[in-house]
Design a protein around this ligand. Sequence first.
Ligand code: C6P
Length: 408
Amino acid sequence: MFDVMTVRADFPILERETRPGVPLVYLDSAASSQKPYQVIEAMDDYYRRYHSNVHRGIHELSEAATFAYEGARVRVARFINAPESDQVIYVRNATEGINLVAYSWGRSNIGAGDEILLTEMEHHANLVPWQILAEEKGATIRYLPFNENGTLDLAALPALLTERTKVFSFTAMSNVFGTVTPLRTLIDAAHSAGAIAVVDAAQCVAHLPVDVQELNCDFLVFSGHKMCGPTGIGILYGRRSLLEAMPPFLGGGDMIRRVTLEGSSWNDLPWKFEAGTPSIADAIGLGVAVDYLTGLGMEAVHEHEQFIVNYALEALSEVEGVRLLGPPATQRGGVAAFTLSGIHPHDIAQILDEEGIAIRAGHHCAMPLHQKLQIPASARASFYMYTTIEEVDKLVEGLARTKRIFRT
Ligand code: C6P
C-alpha cells in the first residue's frame, strides 16, 4: 500500500483553497481525475523544449516528439497488456473510441435485422453511437437489465444473446452505481453467441488492473483524463484482425499510404485511424500518467478505493434520508451515488460547494439508468488514490448542514 499523504503531495491542485480558508475537497474524480505534477511537468517540458509535429519532420525536434509520442503508446500497451502497441489507437476520449467502432466496424458489419446488445446502466457514450447506427441500418438494440442493487441481471443474458446479435457493448464499471461488471463472463457469453464484445472501460482502467489478453475482449476504450492524464486523449484497443479489416474512421493526413487524384490507400495500424495532427502533448502526458499508476500499483489503487468506498457507504447510510444507489462496496469501484429525501441533488451539490466540497449532481450522462430508478437525478461522490477518510467525513458533515438548511 502507498501512503495517501505522500500521494497527495504529487497533486498540486489538492493544496488549493476554493475560497480563503476553505480547502478543496475533491470528490469528483469519476468525472475527471486530478493530475500529478509528473504529468504536468512532462507536458510543460514538451512544449518548452521539443514541441514539433510527429511523423513528418527529419529534424531533431520532430524526431524527439515522435519518439515521445510513440513511446507513450508502448507504455499504454504494456499497461493494458495489449499484444502489440499498434493495436492501441489514440483517440480523443472513450466517447470517440466507441464512435470509431460504431462507425467503422459497425457500418461494415451491421445490417437490417441485426441486433446490438447493450445494458440499461450504460453511459450515453455507449448508447447514442449505437442508436445512430441502429437507426441508419435498421438494426435493433436490446438491453440487458440491471437489478435493484445495481448489478446486471445475468439470468436475462442467454435470452438476449441470439444468433442475430452482432455486438455486445457494456461498461466495465458503472459511473453511477460503481458496479464492477463480470467482464470475462460477459465477453465469453458474447463470443459463444458469435458476437463481438466491446468494453467501455472509461471508469475501470483508471481504478482496476486491466489485461486485454486475459479478458479476450474485441475492443476496449478509455479516457486519459480519468486516470491522472490530460484531457483530449483516449485509447481504443482492438483485436488485430478486426482493426485490419475495418475502413478508416476519419480521412486526412497521416492515415494514408498513398494519395492520387483518383483515390487513396491506407496507412498501417495504428495510424490508419489517426488522421491529422494528433494530441501530441496529451499522448505524452498519458504515457507519464500510466507510469505514475504503474508506480503506485493498480492493485494498491483499488485496495485504497475499496477502503474509502466501504467507509463512505457506511457513513452515508447513517445519514437519515439517504438512499444509496448500487451494490455493496466489495462489488464496486470508488463511486457512491445517492439521493437525499426532499432535497434536489443540485441543491446538495451547491451547499457542499460552499464548503469547498466538489461532487457531481445530475443524471451523470446516464439518463436511462435514472429513468428506470424513477429519479430525475442523483448526487455522486467519487474517489481516487488521493481521497482521505477526513474528506469523506467532511462530505457527511456537509450533508448534515444541507439537511439543517432544508429543515428535513
Ligand atoms: N463519465 C462522469 O462524470 P469521456 O467523456 O469520453 O471521457 O468518457 C465518457 C464515458 C464513457 N463511459 C463511462 C462509463 C463514463 O463514466 C464516461 C464519462 C463522466 O461520469 C463524465 S460524463
